[in-house]
Design a protein around this ligand. Sequence first.
Ligand SMILES: NC(=O)C1=CN([C@@H]2O[C@H](COP(=O)(O)OP(=O)(O)OC[C@H]3O[C@@H](n4cnc5c(N)ncnc54)[C@H](OP(=O)(O)O)[C@@H]3O)[C@@H](O)[C@H]2O)C=CC1
Ligand SMILES: O=C(O)C1=N[C@H](C(=O)O)C[C@H](O)C1
Length: 252
Amino acid sequence: MAERTNPIAVGVIGAQGKMGAQVCKAVDGAPDMELVAMVDTGDGLFSAADAGAEVVVDFTNPDVVMDNVHWCVEQGMNVVVGTSGFTPQRIERVRGWLAHRPQQGVVIAPNFAVGAVLMMEFAARAARYFESVEIVEQHHPAKLDAPSGTALATAAAISAARADAGLGDVPDATKEELDGARGASVEGVRVHSVRARGLVAHQEVIFGALGETLTLRHDSYDRVSFMPGVLLSIRQVLARPGLTVGLNDLLV
Ligand SMILES: NC(=O)C1=CN([C@@H]2O[C@H](COP(=O)(O)OP(=O)(O)OC[C@H]3O[C@@H](n4cnc5c(N)ncnc54)[C@H](OP(=O)(O)O)[C@@H]3O)[C@@H](O)[C@H]2O)C=CC1
Ligand SMILES: O=C(O)C1=N[C@H](C(=O)O)C[C@H](O)C1
């Protein structure tokens, strides 16, 4: 394929938000991209299509993201999605929208930070060797969803690896508990959500076996940590028709 010489036209939905604003700045500073549309609450999505966006990046909220992605796909645009709330059912719906659109791509990533992607990979790799596992995710108090999308994806990957290895339930003798004291069970993995001022996005995965524990921890101290993954996805979505979930296949 001939190398393109014109910049990638990018639109951002949720442009006034914490992530959206950071994405606009990163796209603006990328020599191979042009920021053509900044859309937020009350603005019409059509401005991204009118501006000729080839790739639209969505960082909004789980209540609106499905409508946004559907509309963009219908308009023929490629989409990079960071917004949380992607259940397996939602992912299948997006796959369905793309089924008859062989030219278009959508990338959905629960976390764009390279360290977080590796932490999830390492957790899936470690899962088969440990009888016990729990996840503690910590975020800023403005976060709308709990557990985080990253924690849900990590729990799902761990659960699949445990099932593959023939591991049974995580041992836990708890008989009496205050509501929530043992966190939420996500596919059999306990997830605890902390919300505190000063935090950005952090996660620990604690594995336990006889006489040892292994703790994997990732910290995003600043939202700039997500930008290399977002820019990589914008570049790659154009060459990846269909649905890509997570950054694992994009990182070389
Ligand atoms: N995948 C990843 O690596 C990361 C994912 N996230 C996820 O990204 C999402 C956004 O996070 P964050 O930036 O912190 O949230 P913010 O609340 O700071 O930003 C969301 C922005 O989207 C706007 N918005 C809401 N509805 C619409 C709509 N229908 N059309 C256009 N704009 C809209 C909001 O406007 P208003 O305030 O008026 O509602 C707000 O400006 C969350 O789901 C979060 O979990 C966050 C960080 C990293
Ligand atoms: O809301 C956030 O801030 C974040 N959301 C994503 C999630 O739900 O996992 C990614 C990261 O943890 C930051």
